[in-house]
Ligand binder design. Structure first.
Ligand code: ADP
Ligand code: TRP
Length: 335
């Protein structure tokens, strides 16, 4: 039996942090064992927000280098750039004809902007571009073009997957035929919830992130800034409620955790000691990935080679799907 397909994309809009790694990147890469897996860089989605040419380029290489540094094997999985699959944009146009405008009005990202404008007494659509409004249609095209069975995503993307299914069903219903497979969202477990430097969920929106590929010095500096309570060195401390220890758990063995927890509970331990321990384990964990990332960022021609090979294979799949769809809906294929 043919393997099922998993597919996911990352927008090149920022540097990946530890939360993204445990919550999104690692679980998505693990699917490569069981699924025929596809990973792409959603650069045209990013364009809605990133209007600086050099920044968009840098972030695009950055996302590709991140996937590769985190263990994506281009011989086993497909990796490509959204912009290289022109069939995506044709499919997006086709899907737009089946997407009720009202459905887009309800999209969280669009609605949040409208609400923000309204609360500021501005025009409801101020600073909203059509790319943001039709974002879910392009995302549906990314997914449906490749007959994806599962799409690993974060909770915030759940609505987009529901919209993808709605749009696909509308098409299937119209032609009384399964032109599209209905994809299922695979949402990461909350057990992988990573705290940020201030104890809230690690997120770019809270400015409390620890980026994955920081150099050693910067990494250490960030770790030293993690918020702890005001207990004195002598006092006995509770490891489980400490942000430093919460992060330590993700990078250490059970024995290491017990050893450090005992020091917390015994008293006489400064938080700077725990932070140094965290730095040691985290640095050891991140170092090989950082080295790979740095290598690719210094050799972007290697990234380009990998993306070129990936998009070549991806387009073969995409072309077939588009030809099939055109035939089914009455768009003439001229050979
Ligand atoms: P941010 O909140 O920093 O903007 P994104 O929304 O871009 O992060 O995150 C992309 C994905 O990374 C999320 O959908 C989620 O799966 C994962 N993720 C982000 N932050 C965390 C976190 N603190 N803990 C676990 N997973 C996270
Ligand atoms: N919208 C996703 C995000 O912001 C990125 C994305 C674009 C995506 N197209 C996709 C994710 C297709 C999964 C499948 O995180």
């Amino acid at each position: 039996m043919a393997k099922k397909v998993s597919l996911t994309g990352i927008k090149p809009t920022g540097m990946p942090h530890i939360g993204n790694y445990f919550g999104a990147i690692k679980p998505a890469l693990e699917l490569a064992e069981e699924y025929e897996s596809r990973y792409f860089i959603a650069d045209y989605h990013a364009l809605n927000a990133v209007k600086d040419k050099e920044e968009l380029k840098f972030m695009t290489y950055g996302v590709a280098a991140s996937w590769l540094a985190c263990g994506l094997d281009p011989d086993k999985s497909l990796i490509y750039k959204q912009s290289d699959i022109s069939e995506t944009f044709e499919l997006s146009t086709m899907l737009a004809a089946f997407t009720p405008k009202g459905l887009m009005n309800r999209a969280h990202a669009y609605k949040a902007k409208v609400d923000e404008n309204t609360s500021k007494n501005e025009d409801p659509d101020a600073n909203i571009n059509m790319g943001l409004f039709t974002y879910p249609v392009l995302m549906a095209a990314d997914i449906l073009l490749f007959d994806s069975d599962v799409v690993p995503i974060g909770k915030d993307q759940k609505q987009h997957l529901e919209m993808t299914a709605d749009i696909a069903e509308a098409v299937n219903k119209n032609y009384k035929k399964e032109l599209f497979k209905i994809p299922a969202a695979k949402i990461g477990e909350e057990t992988q919830y990573i705290v940020g430097m201030d104890g809230r969920k690690m997120s770019k929106s809270y400015d409390n992130t620890i980026e994955m590929f920081l150099g050693e010095k910067k990494l250490r500096k960030k770790i030293m800034k993690i918020v702890t309570n005001a207990q004195t060195i002598e006092e006995k401390k509770d490891p489980e409620s400490c942000n430093v220890f919460k992060l330590y758990k993700f990078f250490s063995s059970k024995e290491q955790q017990k050893e450090l927890a005992d020091k917390y509970r015994a008293g006489g331990m400064a938080y700077s000691y725990a932070k140094q321990e965290l730095f040691e384990v985290m640095n050891e964990f991140l170092k090989p990935m950082r080295e790979k990332y740095d290598y690719f960022m210094e050799n972007t021609n290697e990234i380009e080679k990998i993306l070129k090979a990936g998009s070549k294979k991806a387009r073969e799949i995409a072309k077939k799907k588009i030809e099939f769809l055109r035939k089914e809906i009455g768009i003439i294929n001229i050979k």
